[in-house]
Structure formats: C-alpha cells, structure tokens
Design a protein around this ligand. Structure first.
Ligand code: GRF
Length: 191
C-alpha cells in the first residue's frame, strides 16, 4: 500500500518504515526544519513543506496536504509524530485510512504531546504505545495495536521515551499490515 507519512519531529518512525521497505511515496511536514523532513530529503522521498505561515488557515493547509498526497497516489496516511490536528478537508478525503502512533496506552494520557511526562508524574508501573485510526475524536479513534512498556525504577523522560519508541517501531509496522489486510477484504472502507 502506498504510504504518505506526516512528520513534525525527529522522524525515527519514518526511518523505521523506510528501512523495513514500506512503500513511503510521500512525506508531508508542518516543520520543514525537523529531522523527519531532513531524512525525506536525504532519501529523495517527495516532501511537502507545509508550514502554516504559507496558508491563511489550517483548513487551507490541509487541502494542500490532501492534494499533495493524492498527487502521489497515497492510499494510507501515517501520522508519525505529527504535532497538529487534521481538519475536516483532510479527514474526509482519507476517512478510515489515517493512523496515528501515540506514546501511551490510550485512552490513558491522550490528548496532548506530553504523554511520557504524564506517565512519570502519575507514577504508573506500566505505560506503552498505541496505534489508532484518526477520527475527529482526538486520540480517541479505534485502536489497532498497543504494546505495554514497563516504567522502571529510575526512569527519566529520556529513558522511558527511548523504550516507548522501540515499542512504536514494532507496533506501527504491525498496525499498517493489519489495516492493509482489513482494507483488502473490504476496499470500500474510507472511500
Ligand atoms: C512518537 O513518540 C509518537 O508516539 C509521537 O511523536 C513521537 C514521534 O517520534 N506522536 P519520531 O519523530 O518518529 O521519532
């Protein structure tokens, strides 16, 4: 399946997908200076540089992202560290075909960008990573896969985040394969 990946950060999930030979046909970013964008350039993957300042609204930016992905024949959108919320024009165009990776066991610690910090502050023994379908309900779409990650004594945000990333690098590929299989059975989903 032709993947469009959306990044705002380091891009380790993007790199992992490319290294595992997933068909990443396009990368979009709202932060052209981020590590994920640099990796896309380095690999020669078509990159949509969609800073908000180029547009008059989030909707307009999302229309540009939609057109960019459509032009590259994207069939499944992977939010891999995207730090914005998709608006309606984008959600409607790819309904049932957008997934997100989140660094907690949703619904725990959903809705923000500091789930790893929240887990440490809450003092939980176990946190983890989740891949879910993206809907209007922020971090609340149907869950595809999760992996538990124990919180160890002496963990810092960095050490815990590192182990959560390792889990993400396992479950994101697994979730893509799962969704590919589901969509192959019922291709009408999301169209
Ligand atoms: C991941 O922890 C993901 O769960 C969150 O953003 C982070 C992205 O990491 N949404 P990377 O840019 O793929 O390294």
């Amino acid at each position: 399946m032709r993947l469009g990946v959306v990044v705002s950060g380091k891009g380790s999930n993007l790199r992992n997908l490319v290294e595992r030979d997933f068909d990443v046909v396009a990368v979009a970013t709202n932060r052209p200076s981020c590590g994920g964008a640099a990796y896309a350039r380095e690999r020669g993957i078509p990159l949509g540089e969609l800073s908000l300042k180029r547009f008059s609204s989030e909707e307009e930016r999302d229309e540009a992202m939609r057109e960019f992905f459509k032009a590259h024949g994207v069939e499944l959108v992977v939010d891999a560290g995207y730090d914005r919320i998709h608006t309606r024009p984008f959600l409607e165009a790819f309904r049932g075909r957008i997934i997100n990776v989140h660094p907690s066991l949703l619904p725990q610690f959903g809705g923000g960008m500091d789930a790893v910090e929240q887990a440490l502050v809450a003092g939980v023994d176990v946190t983890g990573a989740t891949v879910h379908l993206v809907t209007e309900d922020l971090d609340g779409g149907p869950i595809l896969t999760q992996e538990r990650v124990p919180v160890l004594k002496g963990d810092t945000v960095e050490t815990l985040r590192g182990r959560i990333h390792e889990a993400e690098h396992r479950i994101l590929p697994a979730a893509i394969r799962l969704l590919e299989a589901k969509l192959a059975q019922s291709p009408a989903v999301g169209q």
